[in-house]
Structures are given as structure tokens and as C-alpha cells.
Ligand binder design. Structure first.
Ligand code: LAN
Length: 724
């Protein structure tokens, strides 16, 4: 077995006492201070230290003798991490293809990379290299893949790591064992082609001309899930130009390092469909291969140059609309750097758009003990803030004076982050209504999501119902949020993420990304559907007259959809958290809100029986990310605090008649708490597109505190010893 690389011996680090996290109107960016004057003027906060893995020196708290003590201790710790603007920030890493997208974009657009970033990016990739083979996977816990290894190896070289460095050597050897970069999936090939380290003729086509088709065509790109649509939008622009970074010493060298044969001898056109078997999650269908073949002929021989130009110009207009509607932040960390490259190719270095993009890329960067990484979004601000508010409310602590200031700040944050206007000419940009919505991250990013809007709406309603709480968000604005939610229900009653489903499920047959599942269209999700049911239910309680018939109808159909989505074994498949435990928690809450609990509902009983059957010896629950990949409940090696919190919340909502399993779960949560009130980071919590995992580090606080607090409220806070 290969030996692990002694990281400390070979990897440089910056001085961690110099990093600071700033938040301005929800925009979070890390800064490395260089002068003593700066350091004196801007002290490091507890939150900075915590995120960087430095000692926080928070005191030990009195030991918890009851679940409420434990919830309070958790809150005491977590309150120190609140940002001055009122939100909670955290790392949002996991995916291992985001650093390549951002760093390759820097390189291709001649955007300087500051030295402290270079040092910490190299440190992060070194820390996250697979301990045995030295490669990288699709995500931090995944098996080594060609995509992860080829792209992150390339990043290390861009950042100045020598090919003879032990980290680079080990990764390259592994890449070669896997067949070299020829086996990269589509997005990997694309990034290497931009750099000039893969030939454009080896790419399956991404023609911008698709955007010129009439919109009634069932596979027109406007119908695709927005993440897929916007990544392919930018890709199609660059594909059509077939422009690469000019050859230089580094790219010439990479051309030889990345492959198992001399670059000049490779017939790239033969490798469009070469993908390393270990990388594939969603294999090509015959339909996709046929379409790729036809589009290849179209692009090479049939498409008149003028049509290409018209298509490219049209796509460029759409890219500009995306930039402007998001203040250059963009939907996510792939289309953002890709849009930067498109704008750079079209307008050159000195354009305002290029400058603006260079700034906003910083919104995606994060620094932690292991180094610098790229987050899955420009933060988790609104989402985690909503869950913290709900945790306190469900624990019956919202009126406690000691949390008042923290809650007011959280409410103030949500007040500032509601989206107040629709996108200009929304139809032309294929954008959904957004006025009144809350985004996942910050207002300026500008995307409504059904459940981020609903969770924030619910949280605001909860807080504003607390006596003496300032009424920061007036009824019109709450109605705006309701209005958006009411536009987001699909004909079958379920809710997707950002938009209505615009295309048929058969479109998944055209999924060209190879490494992800469920990427082509909006699907309905129990998590999103539940959140909307809950948001609307809270609203209806407070404002029973506004659009009452419509709201009743939407809730009724949503609940019916949730029931219909239950699997035969009583579970629901979760798409955004791991996995069944997550979705069951949501579904059961929605059912409870319409009065269905174990005593009167077979649906709820079956869900709880499923959960109880998965409880482990130590009283906890622990689900592996393999559940998300395979669709089969898979136990993690260990119980997990976050899964346990989700499971006991579900059982409590459902009023599972036997308190035994719930109490054993609660004891596990108490036993895992540290003396200062925190919980340690365990396995990765979240997922997208079935195959890629993503971290939600704040869940170990928000859901755990909620579980403990709910237990205290429902079972009169008995004295409990932590041990099971
Ligand atoms: C997210 C993050 C939040 C998440 C929830 C709100 C939790 C969910 O309930 C709905 C979907 C949503 C908004 C979501 C969708 C997909 C995202 C944006 C992500 C998982 C974070 C990163 C991911 C994005 C697709 C990553 C970039 C990769 C591509 C395949 C483009």
C-alpha cells in the first residue's frame, strides 16, 4: 500500500491569525491581512477562529443534565458564530470540481491569484488528496476519479507546484493508472480544452444553435434545470468559439503530464465518448449518442457560419442577462467562472463585466484549517439562519431574554435579504418570478428557491409572533413571498427547486454530464414540497384571509403529492440531504401539519417504522452517502449526530407512541456534545444530483439543538444522563 504523504513536511501554510471573514450586505469574503496596522484595526473574531480551526478559548459550560441544558449549551456556543450582520456563515465545500472551474478561469483570463490563496489552495488539495492513491474524487468522501484527479492536478500545476513534488507525482501516477485525462468526463474535457490541454475536436458538441430552436421543441434548453442550463449556456459560447489559452511552457508541459501517450499522437476526435468507467454515474443513452453524432455533423459540415454567429450572439445576450440579474455573482460556482471566461473572450481584460466577475468569484471562496476551497454557492446565509431561528422557536426559547438580541439580528438579516424586484424582462431570460423570495445565500445572487423562500417565510412568521419582537417585515412583503410560492407548484402538486418543471422526465436521456444524475429538468422533491406546505400553513394561521382558497388548495395538493411519493417501504428518498432520514423528517412534518400522526395515519406509521428499524445499537442513526447514490438505505460505519437529530425530530412530529427510541437518540446527541456546547464535525451531510456530496457544517448545531429543544418541550425536559 502506498504511504501517505507527510503533508506538514512538504506543504506551506499561511499565518492563520491573519485571516478575517467580512460580511457586507450578506456578501462574505475572506481577507488576508498583511500589515500590523490592519491587524490591530481588525481583530479576529471567535467565528473567524472557529472556521479557521484555531482555538476559540470559549469556556466550558456547566454540564447538561437535561436535553434543555444541552440545547442551551449548544446555543451558547453557536451564538458566538453569528456574524455581525445577523447570519451564520460556514464552509460549504464537498464537490471537488469547483476549485478547477474557478482556478482555470483565473488562468485563462489572466486574473492574478494572490499568493496567500495559492498557498492555501495547494494546502487544501494536498490535505484532501486520497490518503492511499493521492488522487481526488467527485467529492471529498468519494473514490478517486479521472475528473477529480486530472482537474485538480492541473490546478496544482497552475498554482506553481512542481511536477516532481511528492503530492503531484503521486496524483499523476494514479491518473496514469486510470488511463490519463482522456477518460475525463465532458466537463473535465471542457476545462482542459479551455486551457489548451485537450483538443476541441475531442468534445461532444455543445452547440449554441440549440438556443435558436422554437421554444415549443420539447428539448429546447430553456426547459432544462437552471443549473444545467446555465452551465451549458456558457459552455456553448466557448465551444462555438473553440478558443483556448495560448500555448506556453506550462500548458505544453501539462499536455505531456496528463496523458499516457505523447499529446501529438492522440487522435482526440476518437475520444469524445471515452470516459473512465469509475467516473460514470449516468451512462450515455443511445439517444444522446445519436444526437451527439448528428450535432457533430451539423457543426462540422452543415451549420452556416452566419447561423453560428447569430446563435453565439444570442447566447451571449443570455449570458449578459444572467450576469446583470445576479450582480455578476451568477447562479453557482460553475457558471460564474464560465461566464467570466465568456465575457473575457468577448470583451477583453478591461471590460467592466470582467472586473465585476473577478470580484464576485471571491464570494465563493472559503478558508478553513485545511486551506482554501470553493464553496458550492456564494454561502448558506439565509438557509442556515432560518434553521437556527426555527430551532430556538421549536425549543420554546424564542421568548427567553438571553436570545433576544441574537434573534433580532437574525430577523434583521432576513429582512435585508428578501428579493424585492423581479428580473428585468424575465421572460427573455427564461427566469421565474422572484419578487418576495428569499434566496439560499444572499439577495444579490437573486434566485428564488421554493424551500429557501418557504423556510425564511416560516422563520419570519415565527419570530414576528413572539411578543415584543420588532415587526420588521410588513404584511405586503410576506404576501409577496406567498405569491412566489404559489407560482411554483407543479401540476402534479409537488414543488421543485428554482422553477416549475418545464420538460418531460424523458429528457434525462439527454443528460450529457456523465457524472451526475437527475440534472436535466426540475423534479418534485419531498423536502421542497414540505417546506412550502409549512411556510404557507404558518402564513395561513397568521393571515387567514389572504388568497385563502388558493392556499388551501395548494397545500392539499402538495400533501397529496407527498403521500404519493412515499416508497413501498415507508420511506422517502431525499435529494438534498443524506438521505432517507432527511426526506422522512420533512415529509412527516408536512403530514403532521394536516393532522396526520402515527395514531391516525398509516402513511406516517409506516414512515416511523422504517426509521425505527434503522436505529442502531448505540441509539443513533447514521446513513452513508451511498444511500443517495444507490437509492437503497445504507448504514454509515458510525452513528451520526445530524442523522440522529433528523430521525428523532421525525419521530417527535409523528408522535411515535414509544418514547424509548426517541430518548435513546437524544442521549446520543447529549453524549456527543463537548464541554463548551459544540458538536464535532462528522460525515458529510448533503448531496446534489445523486452523486455529489456537499457539507452542511451548521446542521450539527441547528438540527441538533432543535431535536433537543423539541424533546424538552414535548416530554417536559426530564433529567437525562447522556450515556445510552
Ligand atoms: C443547492 C444548495 C441548496 C439546495 C436546497 C435549498 C437545500 C434544496 O432544498 C434545493 C436545491 C438547492 C438550492 C441546491 C441546488 C443545487 C446546488 C446549487 C446546491 C446543492 C449547492 C450546489 C449545487 C450546484 C448545482 C453545484 C454546481 C454543480 C453543478 C452540477 C452545476
Amino acid at each position: 500500500m502506498a504511504s501517505p504523504i507527510p503533508v506538514s513536511a512538504t506543504i506551506e501554510k499561511t499565518d492563520y491569525t491573519r485571516w478575517r471573514l467580512r460580511s457586507e450586505d450578506g456578501r462574505q469574503t475572506w481577507h488576508y491581512l498583511t500589515t500590523d496596522k490592519e491587524l490591530a484595526a481588525w481583530p479576529q473574531s471567535v467565528a473567524d477562529k472557529y472556521h479557521l480551526g484555531l482555538p476559540t478559548d470559549l469556556p466550558s459550560l456547566p454540564p447538561a443534565h437535561s436535553p434543555l441544558d444541552a440545547a442551551r449549551n449548544g446555543l451558547s456556543f453557536f451564538s458566538h458564530l453569528q456574524m455581525p450582520e445577523g447570519q451564520w456563515a460556514c464552509e460549504y465545500g464537498g464537490p471537488m470540481f469547483l476549485i478547477p472551474a474557478v482556478i482555470i478561469a483565473h488562468y485563462v483570463t489572466n486574473t492574478p491569484i494572490p499568493d496567500p490563496w495559492k498557498i492555501e489552495l495547494k494546502a487544501y488539495l494536498s490535505a484532501r488528496a486520497h490518503p492511499v492513491d493521492g488522487g481526488w474524487g467527485l467529492h471529498i468522501e468519494g473514490d478517486t476519479s479521472v475528473f477529480g484527479t486530472a482537474c485538480n492536478y492541473t490546478v496544482l500545476r497552475i498554482l506553481g507546484m512542481d511536477p516532481t513534488h511528492p503530492v503531484a507525482t503521486k496524483a499523476r501516477n494514479t491518473l496514469h493508472k486510470l488511463g490519463g485525462a482522456l477518460g475525463s468526463p465532458h466537463w473535465g474535457k471542457f476545462m482542459l480544452a479551455l486551457l489548451g490541454c485537450y483538443a476541441w475536436e475531442g468534445m461532444n458538441p455543445i452547440p449554441p444553435e440549440l438556443w435558436l430552436l422554437p421554444t415549443w421543441i420539447p428539448f429546447h434548453p430553456w426547459r432544462w434545470w437552471c443549473h444545467n442550463r446555465l452551465v451549458y449556456l456558457a459552455m456553448s459560447y466557448m465551444y462555438s468559439l473553440k478558443r483556448s489559452h495560448p500555448e506556453n511552457e506550462l500548458t505544453r508541459s501539462l499536455r505531456e503530464e496528463l496523458y499516457t501517450q505523447p499529446y501529438a499522437s492522440i487522435d482526440f476526435a476518437q475520444h469524445r465518448n471515452t470516459v473512465a468507467p469509475g467516473d460514470i454515474y449516468h451512462p450515455h443513452t443511445k439517444l444522446l449518442d445519436a444526437l451527439n453524432g448528428a450535432l457533430g455533423v451539423w457543426g462540422s459540415y452543415l451549420c452556416p457560419g452566419v447561423v453560428q454567429k447569430v446563435a453565439r450572439d444570442h447566447v451571449y445576450e443570455l449570458i449578459k442577462r444572467e450576469d446583470e440579474a445576479s450582480e455578476y455573482c451568477c447562479l453557482g460556482p460553475v457558471n460564474s467562472p464560465f461566464n467570466l471566461i465568456a465575457r473575457y473572450f468577448a470583451e477583453g481584460e478591461d471590460s467592466d463585466a470582467v472586473r465585476a466577475h473577478r470580484e464576485t468569484l471571491k464570494d465563493f471562496l472559503w478558508v478553513k484549517n485545511e486551506g482554501m476551497l470553493v464553496n458550492g454557492t456564494d454561502g448558506v446565509q439565509c438557509w442556515d439562519t432560518s434553521f437556527l431561528i426555527q430551532a430556538i422557536y421549536e425549543s420554546n426559547l424564542a421568548e427567553a431574554p438571553e436570545y433576544r438580541a441574537m434573534l433580532i439580528k437574525a430577523l434583521q438579516f432576513l429582512e435585508t435579504q428578501q428579493i424585492r424586484a423581479d428580473v428585468a424582462e424575465a421572460d427573455k431570460a427564461y427566469r421565474h418570478q422572484r419578487k418576495g423570495a428569499w434566496p439560499f445565500s444572499k439577495r444579490t445572487q437573486g434566485y428564488t428557491v421554493s424551500d429557501t423562500t418557504a423556510e425564511a417565510l416560516k422563520s419570519v412568521l415565527m419570530l414576528q409572533s413572539v411578543p415584543g419582537m420588532p415587526q420588521l417585515i410588513g404584511v405586503e412583503r410576506l404576501q409577496d413571498a406567498v405569491d412566489v410560492l404559489l407560482t411554483m407548484q407543479n401540476p402534479n402538486g409537488g414543488f421543485g427547486t428554482y422553477e416549475l418543471a418545464r420538460g418531460g422526465k424523458w429528457l434525462e436521456a439527454l443528460n450529457a454530464a456523465e457524472v451526475f444524475g437527475g440534472i436535466m429538468i426540475e423534479y418534485e422533491y419531498p423536502e421542497c414540497t414540505t417546506a412550502v406546505v409549512m411556510g404557507l400553513s404558518y402564513f395561513r394561521k397568521t393571515y387567514p384571509r389572504y388568497r385563502a382558497a388558493k392556499i388551501d388548495n395548494v397545500i392539499r395538493r402538495a400533501v397529496a403529492w407527498i403521500k404519493g411519493a412515499q416508497r413501498d417501504d415507508g420511506s422517502w428518498y431525499g435529494s438534498w440531504g443524506i438521505c432517507f432520514t432527511y426526506a422522512i423528517m420533512f415529509a412527516v412534518e408536512a403530514l403532521r401539519s394536516v393532522g396526520e400522526i402515527c395514531q391516525n395515519s398509516a402513511v406516517v406509521r409506516r414512515a416511523c417504522e422504517f426509521l425505527v428499524s434503522k436505529q442502531r445499537e448505540d441509539g443513533g442513526w447514521g446513513e452513508s452517502y451511498r444511500s443517495s447514490e444507490t437509492g437503497v438505505y445504507t448504514q454509515h460505519r458510525d452513528s451520526q449526530v445530524v442523522n440522529t437529530a433528523w430521525a428523532v425530530i421525525a419521530l417527535m412530529h409523528a408522535e411515535w407512541p414509544d418514547v424509548g427510541p426517541i430518548e435513546r437518540g437524544i442521549r446520543l446527541l447529549m453524549a456527543r456534545q463537548r464541554g463548551n456546547g459544540e458538536w464535532a464535525q462528522e460525515a458529510i451531510e448533503g448531496v446534489f444530483n445523486k452523486s455529489c456530496m456537499i457539507s452542511y457544517p451548521n446542521y450539527k448545531f441547528t438540527f441538533t439543538i432543535k431535536a433537543l429543544g423539541m424533546y424538552a418541550r414535548l416530554y417536559r425536559n426530564p433529567q437525562l444522563r447522556p450515556e445510552a
